[in-house]
Design a binder for this molecule. Structure first.
Ligand code: C2E
Ligand code: CA
Ligand code: CA
Length: 547
């Protein structure tokens, strides 16, 4: 910006010159003045010479001296005039030079800015890798220019348990890992191949112009093995693995979008198979995608066709074997497909935006049935599963506030169950939303505790009231194993933090006795009761009450 302030006074000076200085007029004035002085001098000096001298030789000498002195004086006058105008030109030229330099500098700035805008549009700021916009442009252009020139390997991968690293070490260390991976891999990748960051912990490696089907898989493996290694982060060693999906041009897709979709599908399979592996796309996955699309189409009509219902599973107080509440679980009965379990459609509806409608349906349904639970004269707790997508939804808090107002619900009787993985995704935002939910009076339960992350360190930071220990954790436990000691420690710690502990998925009497012995407060599971429609649960309650 500096060059601009330097430029300003010069422009003003030039404006002064333009205003005050009329070149022709001044020149004419000087010439007239010169002619006047010249003629006056010649006439008067000749007159006086003739008046005082008679000798013609003396007169000639005086005329010579007169002529010479005239030349000297006019030369002096010319010197002054020419010097002045050249000086003026000099100022103008210097002004022009400065203005030009300013312009040049601002041109350079424009170029720099252009460069920055280009980088912003096409490169990832954290890793300096091309972003997905540039990847799409490059792949599409390559296909357009070389439609028959070999294959393109489209390798889509992400870091296994990246959110765990973020959560344990903090986001800046997570970022550092992303940078290190990007540096390590990109140093081995030469044009025309391209490594791009798609966002989060997701990358795409595009290998252009591959010729042999047999050699490209080992090639992909060698690239992934390069980064499948131990990274030292903040003095701790992290062995990092990847879930990788591969699609091949032209066999698995003839354009960028299809390649991306198919590599993504293959990557989901790699994850579902237990991560840390490379999965090549095949046509069966097309069937899977087709099925998902079909399911989505069915989902679109499920609410209007009244295909959803809620089942409830009792939650038992282990101190006195009494049912203290129920968990609402959604059920989908499709007229053709039959029963479709929630695990099959919840995640699809989360990815495709239907979860909002479904969740709102659940909230309305619970509200309509809420009265019935209190008819029996007991204060009953109802637990509702909350999708992480809802938690991130801006209008969620106002919606929940309206919900309790509209249906006159007692929020202290309603538990909202949120999974551990959902909270870890964005811990700050989650804590903020959970605090607001607590302000509205809701009880908060951390669902599926112990699956994967098992992080006890952040437990005390979360505004929660209950932890629900996951069924897989309970079912794997044998006395005196390591898991067993972890479970005991978990329970102790939770109690120390004044949290209520619920054991999920109790199926056997042994499991029931074990959790009772270790002071678990509440339990759920087929051993006590399966999830059932509301009317059947009310009957079950009456029966158990009369026993
Ligand atoms: P979840 O919240 O962990 O729910 C417990 C699941 O364990 C339920 O499966 C329940 O039927 C099952 N279960 C209970 N006791 C036992 C047992 O003793 N043994 C075995 N093997 N399973 C038992 P379900 O109903 O299939 O639900 C699966 C998941 O779908 C739920 O896991 C929850 O995450 C999600 N879900 C269910 N309903 C809703 C809903 O209304 N909204 C949202 N967002 N998610 C829901
Ligand atoms: Ca639950
Ligand atoms: Ca659970």
């Amino acid at each position: 910006m500096d060059y601009k302030s330097n430029q300003k006074p010069n422009i003003d000076k030039r404006r002064d010159i333009n205003n005050d200085f009329n070149a022709s007029l001044v020149t004419a004035k000087i010439i007239i003045f010169y002619l006047f002085i010249g003629f006056t001098w010649i006439l008067t000096s000749d007159y006086f010479v003739n008046l005082f001298f008679d000798d013609i030789e003396v007169i000639n000498q005086i005329q010579s001296i007169k002529g010479a002195s005239y030349v000297v004086i006019t030369a002096l006058i010319f010197y002054i005039i020419i010097h002045k105008s050249i000086k003026m030109y000099e100022v103008t030229i210097n002004d022009l030079k400065k203005a030009y330099m300013g312009l040049d500098l601002s041109h350079q700035k424009t170029l720099e800015l252009d460069d920055k805008l280009f980088k912003l549009a096409y490169y990832d700021l954290l890793t300096d890798l091309p972003n997905k916009v540039l990847l799409e442009k490059t792949v599409s252009k390559y296909i357009e220019d070389h439609p028959d020139d070999g294959m393109i390997g489209f390798i889509y991968f992400d870091i296994d348990e990246f959110s765990h690293i973020n959560e344990v070490k903090g986001h800046s260390i997570g970022d550092l890992l992303l940078k290190k991976i990007a540096e390590l891999l990109s140093s081995k990748i030469n044009a025309p191949h391209m490594l791009a960051r798609m966002g989060g912990d997701e990358f795409v490696l595009a290998l252009f112009g591959l010729n042999q089907l047999e050699t490209y898989i080992p090639q992909v493996e060698s690239y992934i093995n390069l980064i499948r290694t131990t990274f030292v982060l903040d003095d701790d060693d992290f062995f990092v693995t990847y879930s990788v999906g591969v699609a091949l041009y032209p066999d698995n897709g003839k354009d960028y979008i299809t390649l991306l979709r198919h590599a993504d599908a293959a990557q989901s399979v790699a994850k579902a198979k237990g991560k840390d592996q490379i999965v090549i796309f095949d046509d069966e996955m097309v069937t899977m995608i087709k099925q998902q699309t079909e399911l989505l189409n069915y989902l679109r009509h499920a609410i209007t066709n009244n295909e959803f219902s809620l089942h409830y599973q009792p939650i038992i107080n282990l101190k006195n074997d009494q049912t203290i509440g129920v968990e609402a679980l959604i059920r989908w009965q499709h007229p053709v497909k039959g029963f479709i379990p929630p695990l099959e459609f919840i995640s699809i509806s989360e990815k495709n935006g239907y979860i909002k409608e479904i969740s709102e349906w659940v909230f309305k349904e619970v509200a309509h049935q809420y009265e019935a639970w209190n008819i029996e004269g007991k204060a009953f707790r109802i637990s509702i599963n909350i999708s992480p997508i809802m938690l991130m939804y801006d209008r969620f808090i106002p919606y929940m506030n309206e919900w309790i107002q509209t249906y006159h619900l007692d929020s202290s009787q309603i538990t909202l169950e949120i999974t551990e993985s959902a909270i870890i995704e964005d811990i700050q935002k989650s804590v903020h939303v959970l605090k607001q939910l607590k302000k509205l009076g809701f009880i908060i339960a951390l669902d599926d505790f112990g699956t994967g992350y098992s992080s006890l360190t952040y437990l005390q930071k979360l505004p929660i009231d209950i932890i629900k220990i996951d069924r897989t954790f309970i079912s794997n436990i044998k006395p005196n194993t390591e898991e067993f000691h972890v479970l005991r420690y978990m329970i102790e710690l939770a109690h120390h933090l004044n949290l209520i502990v619920v054991a999920e998925g109790i199926e056997t009497v042994e499991q029931a006795n074990m959790v009772k012995k270790y002071d678990v407060d509440l339990a759920q599971g087929y051993f006590f009761c399966r999830p059932m429609p509301q009317q059947r649960i009310i009957e079950y309650l009456k029966e158990t009450d009369s026993n």
